[in-house]
Ligand binder design. Structure first.
Ligand code: 0X9
Ligand code: ZN
Ligand code: ZN
Length: 305
């Protein structure tokens, strides 16, 4: 049974995707962008008031890493809040009137399922590689952005294996193909991870500052302040390389280099006490505070359309 304050299994998330889309036909549509390695459908929810033409949009994904369960919980929460507050919250109403938000509730579905059934600490995909008995690639090292140059491993048994080639993972290829196809409309790319309480932006594959560094930093600081205002949760903002570590092949750097200026990686609660095993009692407060940061970024994007 689906609950916004529990960690739902993939089957439950999939039924929820279908029911939320069919219950809100005027604001939600569904689109399968491809299947995972094990054949599960990668289903995007498009939130927004229908208009005759292509609207500018924001792409939001959750669950790139299997064990970061708070991340898919946030995407589900975001969809719920968007639908509940459209028509009463002026910002959400204006956002969904002017823009579409594409939500991918679980990016790495096979890994997410494996983390529920077999190994709670699984991170990677579940793809098989000929010549190795180790399974899986780190999807956040598999994007074509400085691919496998730093902070990634070419050893298939490593937790940060970059894959055999950029976009070797079908999940990465499906998302990259969708974003490439819609790149003229996509104005922001937001990706949700855990944990460490960070709001990161490009670059992570190099210490070079992004061309839009000052704007990305000031928006990140405003978003972090909005998040902190609810319960006092402290976030650190900055470029990935200097804020956590150099690591190539990430989705944020790839989207930014494709031309999506507002490209951010969230690392949600906590700072390590529970780590990936964040208790379900923290789902609601974590999602409520994160909503404020996401809405802050969305408002800035809207203002600059
Ligand atoms: O290492 C990662 O992929 C992310 N941290 S996590 O603990 N969730 O694995 C950080 C990603 C930052 N961005 C890039 N490295 N491009
Ligand atoms: Zn709420
Ligand atoms: Zn992660």
């Amino acid at each position: 049974l689906h609950s916004y304050t529990k960690y739902n299994t993939w089957d439950t998330v999939l039924s929820w995707i279908n029911s939320i889309a069919s219950s809100n036909p005027s604001l939600v549509s569904k689109q399968v962008i491809g299947n995972t390695f094990e054949g599960r459908p990668m289903t995007l929810l498009k939130l927004g008031k229908s208009s005759g033409t292509t609207k500018p949009s924001i792409f939001l994904d959750c669950g790139i890493h299997a064990r970061e369960w708070i991340s898919p919980a946030f995407c589900q929460w975001f969809v719920k809040e968007a639908l509940e507050t459209y028509g009463s919250d002026s910002q959400m109403t204006s956002l969904l009137d002017q823009m579409d938000v594409y939500v991918l509730p679980v990016f790495n579905i096979d890994g997410y399922e494996y983390s529920h059934t077999t190994n709670r600490m699984w991170r990677k995909t579940r793809s098989k590689l000929s010549g190795s008995s180790c399974l899986g690639t780190d999807p956040n090292r598999n994007f074509d952005a400085g691919w496998c140059t730093v902070g990634a491993s070419s050893n298939p048994c490593s937790e940060t294996f970059c894959g055999s080639t950029p976009e070797s993972e079908i999940e990465v290829k499906n998302v990259a193909d969708f974003i490439r196809k819609n790149k003229s409309s996509i104005k922001a790319y937001l990706t949700i991870h855990s944990y460490s309480q960070l709001l990161l932006f490009p670059y992570s594959y190099s210490y070079n500052l992004a061309a839009d560094h000052s704007e990305l930093m000031s928006v990140a600081q405003g978003a972090s302040a909005a998040l902190t205002s609810l319960y006092g949760t402290r976030y650190t903002s900055g470029p990935g390389a200097s804020t956590i570590y150099l690591a190539a092949g990430g989705s944020d750097d790839w989207a930014y280099d494709l031309g999506v200026k507002y490209s951010y990686t969230f690392e949600l609660r906590d700072t390590g006490y529970h780590g990936f095993l964040l208790p379900e009692s923290q789902i609601k407060p974590t999602c409520e505070e994160t909503m404020l940061a996401v809405k802050y970024i969305a408002a800035h994007v809207q203002k600059n359309l």
